[in-house]
Write a protein that binds this ligand. Structure first.
Ligand code: SAH
Length: 247
């Protein structure tokens, strides 16, 4: 089972995901995600570093081939910049694994959790882009950012910053600032659902990028996205369903 654990809290994990964890003999995953789980002493844990997804995928496949019930876990949804692709890449490389009985258990992805906190920022067409250039060249990311701006999509940025690539978020904002209105609503949704959750609402022109870290999902509005002010509360963020009507 390739299991999505949701963005953090147990409430945001599906009953199917909980059942898959419960049924597993072996849990394979990135250490912080595995640590979130309450496991039995008879369950074997194979926690690892973030950068070794392919090793982790192959280990899970070997354990499953040995007859173990294995849960490969990812935060959020396992199909969104996560372990499902790594497992199927390993299967594509070595067709013997395709005989295994594999299922993907979906989870609430960070983008949905952030949108729920903010109101309805993804109410019209949107796209998701990972700013990580571990596995793709930065020029492709720039091309996609330009295309997303050109298409006037709401943009959700995953993996927006890291110690290894501190300048990437600055470069992305510089690129978007040249193409989109400075008044475009922007949200930094950090550690949604966790104790250190923090939401920052700002605009493309005024955004303080130093607030963005690896636990942050960045949402950049379309030309239609707006904030709805509230008394004594954070404004709601809305991208209306109808295009061109609010102008
Ligand atoms: N599979 C995960 C995404 C993995 S990529 C999912 O579906 O959510 C990791 C990135 O996801 C982080 O850099 C951050 O941009 C985002 N992310 C994951 N959990 C988050 C959370 N609780 N709050 C905000 N962003 C989160």
């Amino acid at each position: 089972m390739i299991v999505g654990l949701g963005p953090g809290p147990a409430d945001w994990m599906t009953p199917e995901a909980s059942a898959a964890i419960e049924a597993a003999n072996d849990i394979v995953g990135y250490d912080p995600y595995v640590k979130r789980l309450v496991l039995r002493t008879d369950q074997r844990v194979h926690a690892s570093d973030n950068r070794v997804e392919m090793d982790r995928a192959r280990l899970a496949l070997k354990l499953a081939a040995d007859g173990r019930d294995v849960a490969v876990v990812s935060g959020g949804d396992p199909g969104v910049f996560a372990m499902a692709a790594a497992v199927f890449e390993a299967i594509a490389d070595d067709p013997q694994w395709s005989k295994l009985d594999i299922a993907v258990v979906p989870g609430v992805t960070a983008m949905q959790a952030a949108a729920a906190r903010l109101g309805a920022p993804l109410g019209h067409d949107f796209c998701a882009i990972s700013l990580s250039d571990n596995l793709k060249p930065w020029t492709i990311i720039e091309r996609r950012l330009r295309a997303a701006a050109d298409g006037d999509f709401v943009i959700a940025l995953y993996n927006p910053a890291s110690k290894a690539r501190p300048t990437r978020i600055t470069q992305a904002f510089d690129l978007l600032r040249a193409l989109k209105a400075s008044t475009t609503p922007v949200a930094f949704a950090r550690a949604i659902g966790r104790a250190d959750e923090k939401l920052t609402l700002t605009t493309l022109g005024e955004a303080d990028i130093s607030l963005v870290d690896m636990a942050t999902l960045v949402i950049i509005g379309s030309s239609e996205t707006r904030f709805i002010p509230r008394d004594d509360a954070r404004p709601w963020m809305l991208t209306p369903r109808a295009y061109g009507v609010s102008r």
